[in-house]
Design a binder for this molecule. Structure first.
Ligand SMILES: Nc1ncnc2c1ncn2[C@@H]1O[C@H](COP(=O)(O)OP(=O)(O)OP(=O)(O)O)[C@@H](O)[C@H]1O
Ligand SMILES: [Mg+2]
Length: 296
């Protein structure tokens, strides 16, 4: 029996006044991104596989949205489609009302694997996109140093990626993505390769950055605590086919801090996520869920 089962918890659907007021305020903001019936089919040896089926949701300006779900449910496929790195087989995605088809400066991406250019130092990595856009070098350098200041890496501007820890590399990757001033920051399990302590400090750091910068975040994770701690809303995907099971308005007040991990609202949300994800995984292992092979 889990801790959550032994405690009397509030309903995860119950919102305090502060949380209700925050959601009311978020709902008044303009929609930055809109996913409408996004589907993606892949060919496999067994036939076509429906990786994503009719995924629809809207994201408001400066919202923090996480997508969570079991391995193989289509999280990376979804974020890659949003990034324009992958096409969808059906449906559409708009950003500020314009349909998305290919990568663009309005979207910045941070992946789990470290993707810094090893031959460039930290400052040059952060300047990269600005230089590509034709920003004059002194201006790009000043901007890069401002972003490095924000992620706390000013002293490492002249270091090379090989000289940095995993957490530092990801902070540079975040600075590099934000330097292009994207409307949306797309993050696919960015802290997945970090040890627990570094991961926790990166989560707190990301919230601090997000507070300072006007950016909307779409964040993929496997980690239930991480999703609750960071997000305004959590999109829960089920597997085979990847589809939305529920979108949860996180009932935990902001600003967030680690003490809240044991609060009733936090644990109630975690329990709901566990029901949606783990109970289904267990029943799928026992044969209740079958791989969705699309009839050719
Ligand atoms: N290029 C591809 N060709 C064929 N099948 C693919 C391709 N990319 C993804 N898939 C399939 O689509 C499904 C979703 O994959 P995806 O990588 O999006 O899952 P995920 O939720 O990100 O998983 P994980 O949590 O393990 O990262 C899987 O069944 C995968 O095998
Ligand atoms: Mg993935």
């Amino acid at each position: 029996m889990s801790v959550e089962d032994r405690l009397e918890l509030p309903s995860y659907l119950h919102h305090s006044e502060a949380v209700s007021a925050r959601f009311a305020e978020i709902r008044k903001r303009p929609t930055v991104m809109s996913l409408s019936a996004v589907s993606r089919q892949f060919d496999s040896a067994e036939g076509p596989v429906l990786a994503l089926s009719k995924v629809s949701f809207d994201v408001r300006q400066r919202e923090f949205i996480s997508v969570i779900g079991p391995s193989g449910c289509g999280k990376s496929t979804l974020i890659r489609i949003v990034a324009g790195l992958e096409t969808c087989s059906g449906g559409s995605i708009t950003i500020d009302g314009r349909e998305v088809g290919e990568p663009g400066a309005d979207r910045g991406m941070v992946f789990q694997g470290y993707t810094l250019f090893p031959w460039l130092n930290v400052k040059q990595n952060v300047m990269f996109g600005l230089k590509m856009k034709g920003v004059p070098k002194p201006k790009a350098e000043r901007a890069a140093m401002d972003w490095l200041d924000l992620v706390g890496l000013t002293q490492f501007a002249n270091h090379y990626p090989a000289q940095l820890s995993g957490g530092m590399k990801q902070r540079v990757a975040i600075a590099r993505a934000l330097a292009n001033e994207p409307r949306i920051l797309l993050m696919d399990e960015p802290f997945g390769a970090l040890d627990a302590q570094t991961r926790a400090s990166m989560q707190a750091h990301l919230l601090k950055i997000w507070k300072t910068v006007d950016v909307t975040i779409l964040f993929i994770t496997h980690d239930l605590d991480e999703a609750i701690y960071l997000s305004d809303r959590i999109v829960v995907l089920g597997a085979h086919p990847g589809r939305i099971l529920e979108i949860i308005d996180v009932p935990v007040t902001r600003p967030r801090h680690s003490d809240q991990f044991l609060s009733g609202h936090f644990l109630a949300t975690k329990k709901r996520l566990e029901q949606l994800i783990h109970d289904r995984e267990t029943s799928a292992k026992h044969g209740a869920g079958k791989l969705a092979i699309v009839a050719a």
